[in-house]
Design a protein around this ligand. Structure first.
Ligand code: PBG
Length: 341
C-alpha cells in the first residue's frame, strides 16, 4: 500500500470522527410524543398565570378594547361573570386595574375605600374566595395628568407619591386583596408599602414588586385599556431605560432589601435576558408581565392568518418560563386555559 499523504490522513480522521460522533444521536429522544413529553424541561401550568381585568364604574358595561381583541373594560357585575367563567376554566388568579369615573391630581380613586378596585376586590372575594386577587398599585389611572406620581411644575415627585401609594396599598388590602403589586417605579415604595401594611395589620399580605419595569413602547394598548396615557411627557424619568441590564439587577436587589416577596420583570419577551439574569441573582419567585403590546401583536398576526395563534402563544409563554419566570401575567390566560383543558 502506498503511504497516505497528510491531506488524505486528515480526511480519514474526519470520517472516523463523524462516525464516532454519531454514537450520540440527539434525535433518539425526539422520536415519539411520549419520549418528548418525558424529557420536556418546561411546562405551562394554569396556577402560574395571572389574568388582568379592567374595571369601570356602572352596570352592564362590557366595552371591547379595540387594540386588544378579546379584552374588555367591564363594570363590576360583568366582571364577576368573567371571573366565574375563568375560574371554571381552571385559572386561579387575577390582577385588577381600575378606571375611575373622575381623575384628580391627588389620585383619590387609588386609595379611597370606595374606589373601583377596592369594590371589585371585595365583590370577587365575596363570591369567589378561592380566586387570588392581585391589586396593581399605581397612580396613573387615577391622576388627571396620567403620570404614576404627584406632579409639580412638570416634575414627578418621588416621596409624596410614595405616601399615596402606601395609602392605596393599605386600602386595597383592607378591601381583601391577597397580593399588593406596586407598578409605579418610585424609589423606596416597597419599603413604605411594607411598613404601612405591617402597621395596619396586614403583615401577611405579600408584595409582588414591579422591580425592573422598563419605559416600553409595548404598553401602548394598555394605555387605551386603562385610559392612563400621560398627558405630557413620558415615563422615562421613573421607568427604566431599555438598554440597561445591570441597573435592573440593582432595582431587583433594592426591592428585595426593602421587603419584596416576588420581583417582576416587565415587559417579558424583549427582556428574556433580564429574567434569566434575575433568576441567577435571587431565589425569590420571579414574575414576568407579558404586556399588552406583546399580546396585541400576536392577536393581529393571528387575525391575518400569518401565524398559528395557539402555537405561538404557547411558545412565547414557554420561552418566558424557560428564561426563569415562575409566574406570568398574561392576557392570553383564558385562551391558554381553554387550550390546555
Ligand atoms: C401602570 C401600569 C402599566 C402597565 C401595568 N401597570 C402601564 C404603564 O406603565 O404605562 C402596562 C401593562 C401592559 O402594557 O399590559 N403603571
Amino acid at each position: 500500500m502506498s503511504p497516505v499523504s497528510p491531506t488524505q490522513n486528515s480526511l480519514t480522521a474526519n470520517v472516523l470522527d463523524r462516525n464516532d460522533r454519531l454514537k450520540t444521536r440527539m434525535r433518539r429522544l425526539r422520536s415519539s410524543p411520549v419520549l418528548r413529553g418525558m424529557v420536556r424541561e418546561t411546562h405551562i401550568r394554569l396556577e402560574k398565570l395571572i389574568y388582568p381585568l379592567f374595571i369601570v364604574e356602572g352596570k352592564g358595561i362590557r366595552k371591547p378594547i379595540s387594540s386588544m381583541p378579546g379584552v374588555h373594560q367591564q363594570s363590576i357585575d360583568e366582571m364577576l361573570r368573567e371571573v366565574e367563567s375563568i375560574a371554571e376554566s381552571g385559572l386561579r388568579s387575577v390582577i385588577l386595574f381600575g378606571i375611575p369615573e373622575k381623575k384628580d391630581p391627588e389620585a383619590t380613586g387609588a386609595w379611597h375605600a370606595d374606589g373601583i378596585v377596592q369594590r371589585a376586590t371585595t365583590e370577587i372575594k365575596k363570591r369567589f374566595p378561592e380566586m387570588l386577587v392581585v391589586a396593581d398599585t399605581c397612580l396613573c389611572e387615577y391622576m388627571s395628568h396620567g403620570h404614576c406620581g404627584v406632579v409639580e411644575d412638570g416634575r414627578i415627585l418621588n416621596d409624596p407619591s410614595v405616601d399615596i401609594l402606601a395609602r392605596a396599598a393599605v386600602s386595597q388590602a383592607r378591601a381583601g386583596a391577597d397580593v399588593i403589586a406596586p407598578s409605579d417605579m418610585m424609589d423606596g415604595r416597597v419599603a413604605a408599602i411594607r411598613h404601612a401594611l405591617d402597621a395596619s395589620g396586614f403583615a401577611d399580605i405579600p408584595i409582588m414588586a414591579y422591580s425592573a419595569k422598563y419605559a416600553s413602547g409595548f404598553y401602548g394598548p394598555f394605555r387605551e385599556a386603562a385610559e392612563s396615557a400621560p398627558q405630557f411627557g413620558d415615563r422615562s424619568s421613573y421607568q427604566m431605560d431599555p438598554p440597561n441590564s445591570r441597573e435592573a439587577l440593582r432595582e431587583i436587589e433594592l426591592d428585595i432589601e426593602e421587603g419584596a416577596d416576588i420581583v417582576m420583570v416587565k415587559p417579558a419577551l424583549a427582556y428574556l435576558d433580564i429574567i434569566s439574569k434575575a433568576r441567577e441573582l435571587t431565589n425569590l419567585p420571579i414574575a414576568a408581565y407579558n404586556v399588552s403590546g406583546e399580546y396585541s401583536m400576536v392577536k393581529a398576526a393571528a387575525a391575518n392568518g400569518w401565524i398559528d395563534e395557539r402555537r405561538v402563544v404557547l411558545e412565547c409563554l414557554t420561552g418566558i418560563f424557560r428564561a426563569g419566570a415562575d409566574i406570568i401575567i398574561t392576557y392570553h390566560a383564558p385562551d391558554v386555559a381553554a387550550w390546555l383543558r
